[in-house]
Write a protein that binds this ligand. Sequence first.
Ligand code: SAM
Length: 301
Amino acid sequence: MNLCDANTVKRLMSKYSTGTKKGFGQNFLINEDIPYNIANESFSYHKEKNKGEKSAVIEIGPGIGSLTQELCRLYDKVIAVEIDKTLIPILDETLQEFDNVSVINEDFLKLDLDEFLEKNLGECLISVCANLPYYITTPIIMALLENARKENGASKLTSITVMVQKEVALRLCADSKSSDYGAITASINYYGVAKKLFDVTPDNFLPPPKVTSSVVRIELYDEPKYKVQSEKMLFKVIAGAFSQRRKTLLNSLSSSFGEFSKEQIGGVIERLGFDINIRGERLSISDFCRIADEFTKELKK
Ligand code: SAM
């Protein structure tokens, strides 16, 4: 059965008395080349990193299973997390030929990701691959990044290959100093490198979304590249720096850090050699780490 044939999608939906739900961001792929290419982009990087462990992939939102099938053909183990319970009997049918897949009917954002990875994929090398529901792209990526590291700093995840709206993809992959650079870009840069792979136009989906999509692969560093005393402080600095984009770094951070006076924050900015009128988008991830370490020191004074 070709799961990327629009009539097959409609027939399966009607057979199980369900339909596509906008509220869950359901836009199903109807061009079989696309799930094939996404799965291969995910696996080719995974293979490079694999030192003989079992290979595993987590898919968020399998829908009716088109990308899942491709992942099952490549990885030893596939865990697919789908929020919509009406799709579970469809997935039982479309994935019946594979014995290396488990489908979990859950809201991905409500999973205890640490416990989930430990319980399901203990000894495996793990990647994430998904055609993400667009309404929760950023929280999903942030949840993955925040859980990407073990206590010793080594990465639990190899890469995150996702389809997102093109404008979001540009933000994920932006260079510092560009207008697309923001809090999510800086956060990604702390954990790894994001690469935009290819665009997918709306006519490749049922129903077609209003915008073009892009596939991005976030390749995670095996070991932390940047050292920072407190990651919590780092992410507070990043969030603060971009909280009011039109303001200077000094004013944005002053609004977010009530525990410091404006003079203290100005002192840190100047001590690190930045112009006092600099804006957050001019700073690289290593600049943010230096500011976070100075703030941590200030707190101890
Ligand atoms: N993978 C399929 C494809 O490429 O054709 C479907 C992708 S569709 C854009 C997004 C999928 O994510 C839908 O199946 C939707 O029900 C599911 N989804 C939405 N929110 C979710 C959540 N919080 N947790 C898990 N799955 C979710």
